[in-house]
Design a protein around this ligand. Structure first.
Ligand SMILES: *Cc1c(COP(=O)(O)O)cnc(C)c1O
Length: 356
């Protein structure tokens, strides 16, 4: 640390993402991304003459992409802010609404919330998931704190119905509720329609998962226009041209290609169900996933050992050392059918080897 760092940031520590090896022979199932290409419409726009214009700054309001999103969800453009991944927007939300305030979120969830809360010294409370890893709704209904929930949650893969979320949002209008719907597209009901009814709700989406665009890194946040205006002001202070013209073009093309989104999702769900069934046959406990990953444990093969053995066989998954009660679980992203067949084959090998 240098002697120049602002005092309030001396405890700042970056988020640690899943390993990104340069060595591409790994089957990479550790960051919930995908080996599938983006929509052909995305590739088309990247090869188009539009890219000749990159010498110019783009439209700082990202209106082209906002219009696509507005049309897709039947919203107005002033209910939308776009960003470089949902992580950028989470940063704006924490800075704009949570500094000098109090927040809560589950003890087992997306680690970036804690990263941000720690960095900005926000008063944070972790509310334990119930014993069965489901969200304790009543604890959130009762809390006076602002709330951030990933729905479906990661790494459990469990989802809350919109009716339950609405109960939390409606319980206390002077508290902001942020719902991170990174995995909503995998067959779940979104709470986006609620933003027309409540002015204390923000919903965040990413194109990194279901739209096969983690490498582009595009996200958007939806909410009441007054909330969005506050966030737009923060964005205008920190990064007025946050979305490159490349990402604007890529994101817009991806939003309009609904057929490709549907086929990507259908493939993941089918492969997820196949993988779940195959692992259950091998005595794994597999939480019923509503996402593009599964969270698994085994009665006598420890998760740490399983992870290490998979790595030896060229397969990367994600293991968490804390909290204690998820230590014996491994999170495995659902890849292509071929990749998951390789996981099953490797798992059989590992079980035979350890049992011997
Ligand atoms: C992947 C993920 C994100 C990050 O999305 P980006 O748009 O790639 O920044 C946010 N929230 C959750 C719960 C995620 O799993």
């Amino acid at each position: 640390m240098s002697r120049f760092i602002s005092e309030r940031y001396v405890n700042m520590a970056p988020y640690i993402p899943g390993e990104q090896p340069k060595d591409s022979h790994f089957i990479k199932l550790n960051a919930n991304e995908t080996a599938c290409p983006p929509s052909p419409k995305v590739l088309e726009v990247l090869a188009s003459s539009r890219m000749n214009n990159l010498g110019r700054y783009t439209d700082p309001s990202s209106m082209e992409l906002k219009k696509a999103i507005a049309q897709n969800y039947n919203l107005k453009t002033d209910q939308i802010i776009t960003g470089n991944g949902s992580d950028e927007l989470l940063g704006y939300i924490f800075l704009t609404f949570f500094e000098r305030s109090r927040i809560c979120y589950p003890d087992i969830t997306y680690g970036f919330y804690k990263t941000l809360a720690d960095a900005f010294a926000i008063d944070q409370q972790e509310i334990p998931l119930k014993q069965d890893f489901h969200v304790d709704i009543n604890a959130y209904i009762k809390s006076d704190r602002h709330i951030i929930l990933a729905n479906p949650n990661a790494p459990t893969g469990y989802v809350l119905p919109v009716s339950q979320i609405e109960k939390i949002v409606a319980a206390k209008p002077d508290r902001l509720v942020v719902i991170d719907e990174a995995y909503i597209d995998y067959g779940n009901e979104s709470c986006i329609p609620l933003i027309n009814k409540y002015d204390n709700l923000l919903v965040i989406h990413t194109m990194s998962k279901s739209r096969n665009l983690a490498g582009a890194h595009i996200g958007y946040c939806l909410g009441h226009k007054t909330l969005i205006k506050d966030l737009e002001n923060m964005r205008g202070v920190l990064n007025p041209f946050n979305l490159s013209d490349i990402n604007m073009a890529v994101g817009t093309a991806a939003i309009y290609d609904k057929d490709y989104l549907k086929s990507s999702i259908d493939a993941i769900i089918e492969t997820r169900d196949y993988t779940t069934e195959a692992l259950r046959k091998l005595d794994f406990y597999v939480l019923s996933s509503h996402t593009n990953f599964i969270f698994v444990s085994h009665p006598w093969l420890s998760a740490a050992e399983y992870n290490a053995q998979l790595r030896n066989l060229g397969i990367l998954a994600r293991h968490y050392n804390s909290p204690e009660r998820i230590k014996n679980f491994l999170r495995i992203t659902i890849g292509t059918k071929e990749e998951m067949a390789a996981v099953i084959a490797a798992t059989k090998k590992i079980l035979l080897k350890i049992a011997a």
